[in-house]
Design a protein around this ligand. Structure first.
Ligand SMILES: [Zn+2]
Length: 129
């Protein structure tokens, strides 16, 4: 049996592995799932091949696809615009990157500005009365 693919899922309690194998003679592919130590990939792979439960090959391949597929780039303002390029802004304070449309950012800033103006107005009223 030849190992085609291994997928590892690790959390603080341990590790679960899915191993996709190919039969030498028939060329059939199968998937096995089982717990693993997470310390030695080769030993874990062999253990799952020997003692793991059969797993749906289709699901294994779909999981692989989900894990490796690039995250779709989306506007951080959660808009649905598709006709405008996305622009990345770096926050120099914390290193975060903000990805959005320029028009969304403008709308957001205008909204902030209105709020700020209202607050200033209220503050002035408060001071003068
Ligand atoms: Zn947007």
């Amino acid at each position: 049996m030849k190992v085609i693919e291994t997928l590892w899922f690790t959390n603080r309690d341990g590790c679960i592995g899915i191993v996709v194998v190919e039969e030498d003679v028939t060329g059939d592919r199968k998937a096995y799932i089982g717990p693993a130590s997470g310390h030695n990939e080769k030993a874990d792979t062999e253990q799952i091949m020997a003692w793991g439960n059969k797993f749906s090959l289709d699901t294994a391949l779909r999981l692989r696809h989900l894990l490796t597929e690039k995250k779709e780039k989306k506007c951080d303002f959660n808009c649905n615009k598709t006709d405008e390029p996305l622009i990345a802004f770096g926050n120099t304070d914390n290193g975060d990157t903000w990805l959005c449309h320029l028009s969304c950012l403008r709308e957001h800033l205008e909204m902030q500005e209105e709020l700020l103006e209202e607050e200033i107005k209220e503050f002035k009223q408060h001071v003068t009365t």
